[in-house]
Design a protein around this ligand. Structure first.
Ligand SMILES: C[S@@+](CC[C@H](N)C(=O)[O-])C[C@H]1O[C@@H](n2cnc3c(N)ncnc32)[C@H](O)[C@@H]1O
Length: 235
């Protein structure tokens, strides 16, 4: 899958894309990521990318022309791709959305806003979808774009060593995941639950499911219990 990112701050992307699973996925050709400086598509001697808002108010608004030109250039070079505007007003990122994009799309063009945001004509006439990573406001769309790339990449075939992992992780079935333990069996007097050392995989699966339900009820009572657990009489 290919991601092209339009940003005013390309340097932000170097570290996260060059480490661990994202770096390996790039090396193996499972993903390709192009980072493009919006300023290069701005015209005039000063390559202005933002202006004060019409109607007054503080802050600056990103101009539409360099963003439209940047997307056109990316499409000319790398083919058509859906345009995603990173925005606090967008559809909230979820595992279902990340999975859907991993399965349905081959190329996404991510637009990162800054300052007060992006001229509305980008959302209205260029973006195919707007995505928010949560109900809080960050200083720019770069970290949200990285979050989106990471969340989608985990769902691409062959990226994670265990292909079942993304489907067992927290939220994938509407539940938080059961806790994990590793060696030593007792640490500072705190023992690993016996069942995990039992070797009985049916028991371990049952314990993990029940522990996931308990943790979800305790930590995220807002998440509804999956139908199959309601039917099994679990509360
Ligand atoms: C400071 S924010 C602008 C916030 C805007 N004035 C508002 O109230 O919605 C600048 C840029 O950061 C990005 N951004 C901030 N928070 C985000 C979030 N939760 N999800 C996705 N993008 C976000 C967007 O690209 C946004 O245009």
């Amino acid at each position: 899958m290919r991601f092209d990112v339009l940003t005013l701050f390309p340097a932000i992307f170097a570290g996260p894309l060059d480490c661990s699973i994202l770096a390996k996925a790039r090396e193996k050709g499972q993903i390709a990521v192009g980072i493009h400086d919006i300023r290069e598509y701005a015209e005039g001697r000063h390559r202005v990318t933002d202006e004060p808002p019409y109607g007054g108010g503080g802050g600056m608004v990103m101009k539409p022309e360099p963003i439209f030109a940047g997307v056109a250039s990316v499409r000319e070079r790398f083919g058509p791709g859906k345009v995603v505007l990173m925005s606090p007003s967008g559809e909230r990122l979820s595992p279902a959305l990340a999975k859907r994009l991993a399965e349905a799309e081959e190329h996404l063009i991510l637009v990162c806003g800054r300052y007060e945001g992006v001229d509305q004509r980008v959302a209205d006439h260029l973006a195919d979808l707007e995505i928010s990573i949560g109900d809080f406001v960050l200083t720019g769309g770069e970290l949200p774009a990285l979050v989106l790339i990471d969340a989608i990449t985990r769902f691409l075939p062959g990226v994670l060593g265990d292909p079942e992992a993304p489907h067992n992780d927290s939220f994938s079935e509407g539940l938080l995941e059961a806790p994990h333990y590793t060696r030593p069996p007792v640490f500072r007097g705190n023992a690993v639950p016996d069942v995990l050392l039992s070797g009985n995989h049916a028991e371990i699966d049952r314990w993990r499911r029940e522990e996931g339900i308990r943790r979800t009820a305790r930590l995220r009572p807002d998440l509804p219990l999956p139908e199959q657990d309601k039917k099994a009489g679990r509360k």
